[in-house]
Design a protein around this ligand. Structure first.
Ligand SMILES: [Fe+2]
Ligand SMILES: [Fe+2]
Length: 184
C-alpha cells in the first residue's frame, strides 16, 4: 500500500502518468496530421494504455470507491461534482473507443490516418480537461471531506483494484510503459 500518499495523492500521481502518455500521443497526432510515418507500435501502446490504465485502473478507483465516498460525505457539493465527473468518464470512454476503432483504417489510407489523428486528439484534449477539473476541485474536496479512516480504507481499496482488476504487476508495467513513451 502507498502509505506515504493520500488517496488524492495517488490519483494525482496517476494523472501525471497519464499526462506523459498524452504528451506522447500529441507527437503521434502531429505526425498523423502531417501524413508522416504511421508508428503503429506506439499508437497501439497509447490506445492500450488509455484502456488499461485510464479506464480499468484510474477511472475504476474513482467510480467504485472514491465517488461513492465523496457522495456520502458531501451529498450536495460532492454529489453534483460526482455526477459531472461520471459524465466525463462516459464521454472519455466513448472517445477512446472511437479512436481504437479508427486504428486499423489508419494503416489502409491517408484519410484513415487523419481520422485516427483527429480521434486521438479529441480523446486526449477531453482527458486533459477532465483531469484539470479533478486537480482543481476534486482533490481539495477529498482532502477536506474524508476522515483519516476513510482515507486509509480508500488506499486499501485502490490496492485491491490494482491486484484484482488489473492483475499483479500490471500497474507497474503500465507506469513503465508511460515513462518509455515519454522518452522518445
Ligand atoms: Fe476521473
Ligand atoms: Fe482522475
Amino acid at each position: 500500500m502507498k502509505m506515504t500518499l493520500t488517496p488524492a495523492g495517488v490519483l494525482k500521481q496517476e494523472h501525471e502518468t497519464v499526462g506523459l502518455v498524452l504528451d506522447a500521443a500529441a507527437r503521434e497526432i502531429r505526425c498523423l496530421g502531417a501524413l508522416g510515418p504511421l508508428r503503429t507500435d506506439r499508437i497501439e501502446q497509447i490506445l492500450r494504455f488509455l484502456r488499461e490504465f485510464v479506464e480499468c485502473c484510474h477511472h475504476c478507483k474513482e467510480e467504485k470507491f472514491l465517488f461513492p465516498m465523496i457522495r456520502a460525505c458531501s451529498p450536495r457539493e460532492g454529489g453534483d461534482l460526482v455526477e459531472a465527473l461520471l459524465e466525463d468518464h462516459a464521454q472519455s470512454c466513448r472517445l477512446s473507443k472511437v479512436a481504437r476503432r479508427s486504428f486499423e483504417a489508419a494503416a489502409r489510407s491517408d484519410v484513415g490516418a487523419v481520422v485516427l489523428g483527429a480521434g486521438l486528439d479529441a480523446c486526449a484534449r477531453f482527458l486533459r480537461t477532465h483531469m484539470a477539473r479533478e486537480d482543481a476541485v476534486l482533490w481539495p474536496l477529498v482532502d477536506r471531506s474524508l476522515s483519516p479512516r476513510d482515507q486509509t480504507s480508500l488506499l486499501v481499496a485502490f490496492d485491491k483494484v490494482e491486484a484484482q482488476e488489473m492483475g499483479l504487476g500490471a500497474h507497474d508495467r503500465l507506469q513503465q510503459l508511460a515513462r518509455d513513451l515519454a522518452r522518445e
